[in-house]
Design a protein around this ligand. Structure first.
Ligand SMILES: [Zn+2]
Length: 445
């Protein structure tokens, strides 16, 4: 390999990114939308993002400029909750959560004891994320340490910023997927030593949910979290009414489902809980105070009939929130599809999300929920250049609709309601293109 003669590369097109939460009003704040913009990347990091008019004259002669005019460049999508071992049973017909786990999820996860199967599935999964413009995800493995080794190995060869962990699960699940409090903690500690902080990878301590871990196992997870304050914690919380009832029976002394996790030291910054549908005000306040985040998983919640996330009360409490696909309970890898369903879920609760806010939640909001906003999620100088190019014309209907949309907000809204994986024209990781459906159009200035 030879070093590139031009460490700078530039990409011209419409730019969208956020400097902070745009708020709930139509007059959004902290949004940067530049119709004719230029994204300048140097050695994998964002150097500048501004109008082409301002930046083009500052580039040294010979700097390659990729012409994406008519397309939209934005930071890569961030999926704050997904299960890679459930890829093969996405869209499985079932009643609700607890039946779906027994009938579909657990049998699929059994196969990940086989390292070769895990490697092949991880490779497909990561390709699918790239095809959908998702550049960072918080990912469940299975109970098998080999599943996480396989996932991280695949993510490392692709240079991706990914977070994953081995599932802790020692009761109320099939014998073939069971670990023990000590064995699970030992495996997790070894995986942390091996992978956390290596390249762009992070480890997440991953108890599946309170139902499938004994008190001894949750205590061991809490001790692990205390000795590794920088690692993530990733689990499910209050997804389904029957699940909530079961947790009440299993932990009769706990004030609430959330209180179970909190009492074992599992509520803090970088703790991410999927769903958070059936909480009370006290729970929301505790989540906000601790810095833990909710991963809102709209397609999954609709598919499994779990419930509707309450954006208004989460907002009032100051809870951090990101968006998750929750594949395979969720029905799409596409964050655009997920954003559309998120909008509809909020509508059903009488809360209107602006298009700005939804795009924020899928990018910088997700990065903030993960505590990674100093690295990813925006085009601020120094951020890692993980970005996507949205085509704006991926179907005849979208191409036609874009012509009648009058404002950027209208375009974004129609794009998220109508778009899917076909909208992703290109995906870049640290400034390197890893997925492309567009004709090459590089030129030097
Ligand atoms: Zn899940």
């Amino acid at each position: 390999m030879t070093a590139s003669p031009h460490p700078l590369r530039a990409y011209r097109g419409s730019l969208l990114h956020f400097l902070g939460d745009p708020g709930d009003g139509d007059a959004a704040t902290d949004v940067q939308f530049i119709d004719d913009g230029l994204l300048v990347v140097e050695r994998g990091l964002v150097k500048a993002a501004d109008s082409a008019h301002a930046l083009l004259p500052t580039l040294p002669a010979g700097t390659p400029v990729v012409d994406y005019r008519g397309r939209l460049l934005m930071p890569g999508f961030i999926d704050t909750h997904i299960h890679y071992p459930q890829t093969d049973m996405i869209a499985a017909y079932a009643a609700q959560l607890l039946d779906w786990l027994d009938d579909h999820a657990f049998p699929a996860e059994r196969r990940f004891a086989d390292a070769a199967h895990a490697a092949e599935a991880a490779s497909f999964f990561l390709d699918e994320l790239m095809r959908n413009g998702t550049t960072t995800a918080l990912v469940f493995g299975t109970v098998h340490a080999a599943s996480v080794d396989a996932f991280f190995a695949q993510a490392e060869t692709r240079n991706l910023r990914m977070i994953a962990g081995k599932v802790l699960m020692d009761r109320n699940c099939p014998e073939y997927l069971r670990d023990t409090p000590n064995g699970g903690a030992r495996d997790s500690a070894a995986l942390i030593d091996k992978w956390d902080g290596r390249g762009r990878l992070h480890y997440a301590i991953t108890p599946r949910f309170a139902v499938t871990s004994s008190e001894a196992q949750l205590a061991a997870a809490g001790r692990l979290a205390a000795t590794h304050p920088g690692v993530f914690i990733h689990s499910h919380l209050a997804e389904n009414q029957n699940e909530v009832k079961w947790v009440r029976e299993l932990f009769p002394r706990a004030r609430s489902y959330l209180d179970v996790y909190e009492s074992f030291g599992l509520l803090r910054e970088r703790a991410v809980y999927a769903h958070c549908l059936h909480l009370d005000d006290e729970d929301r306040g505790r989540m906000a105070h601790s810095g833990a985040a909710a991963a809102v998983c709209a397609t999954s919640n609709l598919f499994l009939g779990s419930g509707l996330f309450d954006f208004a009360t989460a907002r009032q409490a100051g809870m951090r929130t990101g968006l998750g696909t929750d594949v395979g309970g969720g029905t799409s890898f596409s964050m655009l599809r997920t954003m559309a369903e998120t909008y509809k879920v909020a509508q059903m609760r009488g809360h209107r999300l602006t298009p700005w806010r939804v795009f924020y939640l899928a990018t910088l909001g997700g990065a903030k929920a993960l505590g990674l906003d100093d690295r990813i999620g925006s085009f601020a100088p120094g951020r890692e250049a993980d970005f996507v190019v949205l085509r704006m014309d991926s179907t005849p209907l979208i191409a036609r609709r874009m012509k009648t949309a009058r404002t950027p907000a209208e375009k974004l809204f129609a794009l998220m309601m109508l778009g899917d994986d076909r909208e992703i024209g290109a995906t870049y990781i640290l400034g390197e293109r890893v997925w492309n459906t567009l004709p090459s159009a590089a030129q030097s200035i």
